[in-house]
Design a protein around this ligand. Structure first.
Ligand code: RP5
Length: 165
């Protein structure tokens, strides 16, 4: 498990090591905002008991958000959400067979009553899961909110300065 020195506020989990190339983008955003986080492989199908333990202990361990990435039959985000009220953000990993459409539909079509906030397929979704987690934490942390606002202002300024050849 990759973990910050201080108690993690966001958990980044994924169904397989093969998801890390995508999910490390969520980790990078959290690191850029100095949000304490942890990263771990938790598979709905291959490590089902670890999934239950992770979800059931999340709130008492201080996690405010869980970012869960999975591909194919992507049951990880939904099953985590079934076992905790900590908000779960789902990232559909781009699969080889169906380019991530399978992952997206597996994650997004939750039954009413158990919510997963579903992001876009692949790298953009992983990055935005990080930004959304920062937004959620920023609603209670003024310093983090200022950092997020500064990031957005800088992003806008960068685009405004761009020219086309
Ligand atoms: C899912 O199956 C994982 O989230 C991964 O995206 C997909 C393939 O896993 P590997 O066969 O690469 O381990 O559980």
């Amino acid at each position: 498990m990759e973990q910050s020195a201080t108690a993690p506020r966001v958990g980044v989990v994924m169904g397989s090591k093969s998801d890390w190339a995508t999910m490390q983008h969520a980790r990078d955003v959290l690191a850029a905002f100095d949000v304490p986080h942890e990263c771990q492989i938790v598979s709905a199908h291959r490590t089902p008991h670890r999934l239950v333990q992770y979800a059931e202990s999340a709130a008492e361990r201080g996690l405010a958000v869980i970012i869960a990435g999975a591909g194919g039959a992507a049951h990880l985000p939904g099953m985590l959400a079934a076992h905790t009220v900590v908000p779960v953000l789902g990232v559909p990993v781009q699969s080889r067979a169906l380019s991530g459409l399978d992952s997206l539909l597996s994650i997004v079509q939750m039954p009413a009553g158990v919510a997963v906030g579903t992001l876009a397929i692949g790298e953009a979704g992983a990055k935005n899961a990080g930004y959304l987690a920062v937004s959620i934490l920023a609603s209670h942390e003024p310093a983090l909110r200022r950092k997020l606002e500064a990031f957005r202002e800088q992003q806008t300024a960068n685009v405004m300065e761009q020219t086309l050849e």
